[in-house]
Write a protein that binds this ligand. Sequence first.
Ligand SMILES: Nc1ncnc2c1ncn2[C@@H]1O[C@H](COP(=O)(O)OP(=O)(O)OP(=O)(O)O)[C@@H](O)[C@H]1O
Ligand SMILES: [Mg+2]
Length: 260
Amino acid sequence: MTTVPLTPYPPNPAPGIAAATTDLTKVYGGGDTRVVALDRVSIGFRESEFTAIMGPSGCGKSTLMHCAAGLDTPTSGSVRIGTTELGALRDRPLTRLRRDRIGFVFQAFNLLPTLTALENITLPLSIAGRHPDQQWLDRVVSMVGLSGRLDHRPAQLSGGQQQRVAVARALASRPAIIFGDEPTGNLDSRSGAEVLGFLRDSVRELGQTVVMVTHDPVAAGYADRVVFLSDGRLVDEMTRPTPDRILDVMKRFDTRARTS
Ligand SMILES: Nc1ncnc2c1ncn2[C@@H]1O[C@H](COP(=O)(O)OP(=O)(O)OP(=O)(O)O)[C@@H](O)[C@H]1O
Ligand SMILES: [Mg+2]
């Protein structure tokens, strides 16, 4: 594999970096069951950029997302959201930071079945007792492309529509960064394309920062940049990706896996 210099993360908080990890290491278990899920991963995610994270199953993609989003704690190394070091925060400020500055979209849509689409979108703001930035919310809602269906309940919406509601819910609080762990993993290709188009538009039109794990080269092709993980390490990166170029890199992973 060619070694491409990865975008370095400067030691001092850098303007324009929405989130960054430095020497992020995560070890699960001990003794015979010890697994090094992440091995000194240093990466920065630029503001208003759409990054896809790819790599073989078990290479540490979800662990990286969970540590970067403050949902899991590193064994060593650090994570920063904007200029805030997550390791320096106690539980309550960390919970508040996660709620106010980070959006997360999972493979499962996790919508509340008794609420309408619009109520689901604004629920986290209501829980936090925050008044929505109405102009922002109006833009998010108009971009979600559900006009006429906002008062429908999740069961009355298609999978793609439900996931778009989940993305709009993540966007509603205007977070510093949105993390998605295989957000299109449960969708057929057409519904997936709707969700990916929405994510890309949120970056282009709203200046949102998005980081998404995916196995799918077509999905990763929507991103501005793709980073490749292997065995807990960052091994390659690509800007302005196309599905064909991504496939070429993935083939090299496969060849390595077969010959190692
Ligand atoms: N809670 C845990 N306890 C022990 N080992 C874990 C735990 N979570 C993850 N691992 C291990 O850490 C490694 C990385 O897991 P992770 O879930 O980050 O991989 P992934 O790249 O997201 O894989 P996939 O593409 O299958 O979702 C794997 O070897 C996994 O078995
Ligand atoms: Mg995973």
